[in-house]
Design a protein around this ligand. Structure first.
Ligand code: KG4
Ligand code: ZN
Length: 343
C-alpha cells in the first residue's frame, strides 16, 4: 500500500489530495480538495500572479487539513508528499513546494517534486488503469501538446503549439466577446445557442504535413468578426462562440490524426491503442465529441478523465507521486529541489 499527499499551487487553484494504491495496484482517491481563486481574479479578467501567491499562502494549510480530514487520516498515515514544482507561476510554486518540503522533512518521508504536465499525463492511469504506451493530447491554459507516453518519466513530445495554447485561445476569445473569466466554460456555454456555420473561421495548419498546432490566427479572425459587428447582440456572441468552437474542433481533429498515424507506425502490434485527452480544455463536450468520432474511425479508444480531474487538481499530483515511488524515481536530494517556473 502506498499513500501520497499531493499539493498543487501552480496557477489559480489551491489544491490538496490524498491518493493511495493498494498492493494489487488498485488506485483510490481518498480526498481531492480544490479551492478555486476564480473570484479573486475575475475582476481583472485573468490570473494576477501577486494575488494568486498571497491566496495560496492564506489557503494552503486549511486545504491540506481538509484533504486529510476528508480521507480520515493524519499526517503520519502518509508515505510521501508530492508537490507541483513547475511549470507555473513562481509565487505559487514556492508556497506549495516549500510547504511540502516542511511536511516531508518533519515526517522523515520522501518528497516528490512533480512536473504539472506529468500529473495531467498520468491521470488516465488513475481513473482508467490504462497501461503504457499511449498517446496524450494535453490541452490546457498553458500547453497544447501531443505526447508519446512510454512509461513513468518517459515522455516524448511529438507536437506542440507554435503560438497560443488552446485554453488561452478560449480565454482570449471570451475576453474579446465580453464573456466572464474563466473563458473556456463560458465560451462553451454561449456556443450552445449559436450557429457554428455562420462564420468561416480559419482552421490553422489544417492539411499541412508538419505536426504542430497554431491558434493565434483563429483569435485574430474572432477579433475581426467582433469588431465588424460591434455592438454585438447576444446571438452574435453565441454564433461567434459556436463557429470558433467548430473551427477548434476541426483543427484539433486534423492535427491529432497525424499523431494517431505516427503512434500506429510506432506500435504496429498494439491491439487497442488509446488516445488520452487531458487538461482543462478536455472538459469541452464539443471537443470530446469530435475526438471520439476521430478515434472511432481510426480504431483508437478515447480515454477522457472525469470532468473534476480534467482541470487542475492535486489528486493528479499525488498520483504522479505514487507512480514515481513505485517506479523508483525519487531523487535523494529532493529537499534541495528548486521550483521551476519553466520546465
Ligand atoms: O489544466 P487547466 O485547469 O490549467 C492549466 O494548467 O492551464 O486548464 C485551464 C484552461 C483554461 O484556459 C480554461 O479556459 C480551459 O482550460 N477550459 C475550457 C473549458 N473548461 C476549462 N476550455 C474550453 N471548454 C471548457 N469547457
Ligand atoms: Zn493544468
Amino acid at each position: 500500500m502506498t499513500r501520497v499527499l499531493g499539493i498543487e499551487t501552480s496557477c489559480d487553484e489551491t489544491a490538496a489530495a490524498v491518493v493511495e494504491q493498494t498492493a494489487d495496484g488498485a488506485p483510490a482517491i481518498l480526498s481531492n480538495v480544490v479551492l478555486s481563486q476564480i473570484e479573486e481574479h475575475a475582476a481583472f479578467g485573468g490570473v494576477v500572479p501577486e494575488i494568486a501567491a498571497r491566496a495560496h499562502v492564506e489557503a494552503l494549510d486549511g486545504v491540506i487539513e481538509a484533504a486529510l480530514g476528508e480521507a480520515h487520516l493524519g499526517l503520519h498515515d502518509i508515505d510521501a508528499v508530492a508537490a507541483t514544482a513547475g511549470p507555473g507561476l513562481i509565487g505559487g510554486l514556492i508556497v506549495g513546494l516549500t510547504t511540502a518540503k516542511a511536511i516531508a522533512a518533519a515526517l522523515g518521508k520522501p518528497l516528490i517534486p512533480v512536473n504539472h504536465l506529468e500529473g495531467h499525463a498520468l491521470t488516465a492511469r488513475l481513473t482508467d488503469r490504462l497501461s503504457f504506451p499511449y498517446l496524450l493530447l494535453l490541452v490546457s491554459g498553458g500547453h497544447t501538446q501531443i505526447v508519446h507516453v512510454a512509461g513513468v518519466g518517459r515522455y516524448e513530445r511529438w507536437a506542440s503549439t507554435i503560438d497560443d495554447a488552446l485554453g488561452e485561445a478560449f480565454d482570449k476569445t471570451a475576453k474579446l466577446l465580453g464573456l466572464p473569466y474563466p473563458g473556456g466554460p463560458n465560451v462553451e456555454k454561449a456556443a450552445r445557442d449559436g450557429d457554428p456555420e455562420r462564420f468561416a473561421f480559419p482552421r490553422p495548419l489544417k492539411g499541412e504535413a508538419r505536426p504542430d498546432f497554431s491558434f493565434s490566427g483563429l483569435k485574430t479572425a474572432v477579433r475581426r468578426a467582433g469588431t465588424q459587428l460591434a455592438p454585438l447582440s447576444r446571438q452574435d456572441v453565441a454564433d461567434i462562440c459556436a463557429s470558433f468552437q467548430r473551427a477548434v474542433a476541426e483543427t484539433l481533429v486534423d492535427r491529432v490524426a497525424h499523431g494517431l498515424a505516427r503512434f500506429r507506425e510506432t506500435h504496429p502490434d498494439l491491439a487497442a491503442p488509446a488516445l488520452v485527452v487531458a487538461g482543462g480544455v478536455a472538459a469541452n463536450a464539443a471537443i470530446r465529441a469530435a475526438l471520439e468520432t476521430l478515434c472511432a474511425g481510426e480504431g483508437f479508444r478515447l480515454v477522457a478523465p472525469p470532468l473534476a480531474l480534467c482541470g487542475d487538481n492535486a489528486a493528479m499530483i499525488a498520483w504522479a507521486g505514487v507512480e514515481r515511488l513505485r517506479a523508483g524515481l525519487v531523487e535523494e536530494d529532493a529537499l534541495a529541489f528548486a521550483p521551476r517556473p519553466r520546465w
